[in-house]
Ligand binder design. Structure first.
Ligand code: PHE
Length: 386
């Protein structure tokens, strides 16, 4: 046997020894065996709602890094495996299945958009792997599935908050609604808003529809203009919101437009420009809060991510990881059923978006924050308690 062949043989044996050894010692990052625990995350890291996924991921990552630095959980380090949903329909179930079956993730964190959380939830339920959505607000995400949780408020509350805001702060009760019928989030929030507006004696003068990805809203806005509403509610995501507001101003509509947490992104101002002045939306948290826990989070996040200020998705992503780890600690293990049972009784868990207590439907109850666009910037207006 010549030298070269011996070398190849030796290195092959060495490779096998290393991989087998690592596997045996539990160093391979799958499941919860050995020295690490795999947590899966799915997020829109690219595509139309990339801001949502990127922010949420950064918040989650920061929490995981902190937890690992402090010794991990149950004496093990967490390995966060993140899959990109590309902001697309039909990706979430596939990537979450991969995280569970290929990577043996013991729990799943994600998504931001309700529609994508709704696609993945049945998979997590089927495999009995607990899933925590940081920021999906549509009630259907957790409905009827006892392994699915969220750490944010839900849209019946958000809709009520915005109906009250319209009446009280915008002094508007003749409203036009513009809904993205391709996003369950938008359809749900529009509905809850209308119910409250009508219950409070307001009128929905006109309702118009579009689909995620549309770029021209002139027809809908022209119809809306002809009804002379006092304000326009557009519960959609930031890309469309920015375009809608800009085109509304181009058509000479001067009344305020307002939305929900889907408006939360710096891109809203880049896309909407000066037209955004005086518009407002509801969200989950404000980095301007004087709460020391929030301020310490903002500081750590800025240090970790090149001076970036964490938004609501980042804050909720951060809290979702901590709520999961708190559940694992109380379950004293990573067994899906036990972790689920522990998360279900989460009570007053202090995070950066307030206290998380899981209700009987595995939803959290938290205050909403109203942000208005003033002098080209996002300005905190008020906190509304549930
Ligand atoms: N609540 C939105 C949804 O359910 C997602 C979102 C959360 C957007 C937080 C912005 C901020 O689809």
């Amino acid at each position: 046997m010549n030298d070269r062949r011996i070398n190849i043989r030796l290195s092959l044996v060495g490779f096998l020894m290393v991989t087998m050894g690592l596997g045996w010692m539990g160093c391979s990052p799958t499941g919860s065996g050995g020295s690490s625990i795999v947590v899966g995350e799915f997020a829109s890291l690219t595509g139309k709602e990339a801001v949502f996924g990127q922010s949420s991921h950064k918040g989650t990552l920061l929490a995981v890094e902190e937890i690992n630095q402090a010794g991990g959980v149950l004496g093990k380090q967490i390995v966060l495996k993140t899959e990109d949903t590309q902001s697309k329909q039909g990706e979430s179930a596939t990537v979450v299945k991969k995280l569970i079956t290929r990577d043996q993730a013991v729990a799943i964190l994600g998504e931001v958009a309700s529609g994508r959380s709704m696609e993945a939830a049945p998979i997590c339920q089927q495999y009995k792997v607990p899933m925590i959505s940081p920021s999906s607000t549509n009630p259907k995400v957790t409905e009827g599935r006892d392994f699915i949780f969220r750490v944010c408020f839900i849209d019946p509350f958000q809709g009520t908050v915005m109906a009250k805001f319209a009446k009280k702060s915008l002094k508007a009760s003749k409203i036009a609604v513009l809904t993205d019928v391709a996003a369950p989030y938008s359809v749900g929030l529009a509905d809850y808003f209308k119910q409250q507006m009508i219950a409070d004696g307001g009128v929905i003068l006109i309702e118009q529809k579009f689909s995620s990805g549309d770029k021209d809203f002139k027809a809908q806005l022209t119809a809306i203009k002809s009804m002379n509403p006092e304000a326009i509610f557009a519960p959609c995501y930031y890309t469309e919101a920015g375009l809608i507001v800009r085109q509304a101003r181009e058509l000479g509509i001067t009344v305020p437009l307002f939305g929900g947490d889907g408006w939360e992104a710096p891109e809203l101002l880049t896309i909407g420009g000066k037209s955004m002045e005086g518009c407002a939306y509801s969200t989950h948290y404000s980095p301007d809060s004087t709460n020391p826990k929030v301020q310490s989070f903002v500081k750590k996040y800025k240090e970790r991510f090149a001076g970036e200020v964490p938004d609501a998705m980042a804050a909720l992503g951060y809290d979702s990881a901590y709520v999961l780890v708190d559940g694992m600690k109380r379950a004293n293990g990573t067994d899906g059923q036990k972790v689920r049972d522990a998360i279900a009784v989460t009570k007053d868990f202090e995070g950066v978006t307030g206290k998380t207590t899981m209700d009987a439907n595995r939803n959290a109850t938290k205050p909403a924050v109203i942000i208005a666009i003033k002098d080209g910037k996002f300005a905190f207006v008020e906190t509304i308690n549930p």
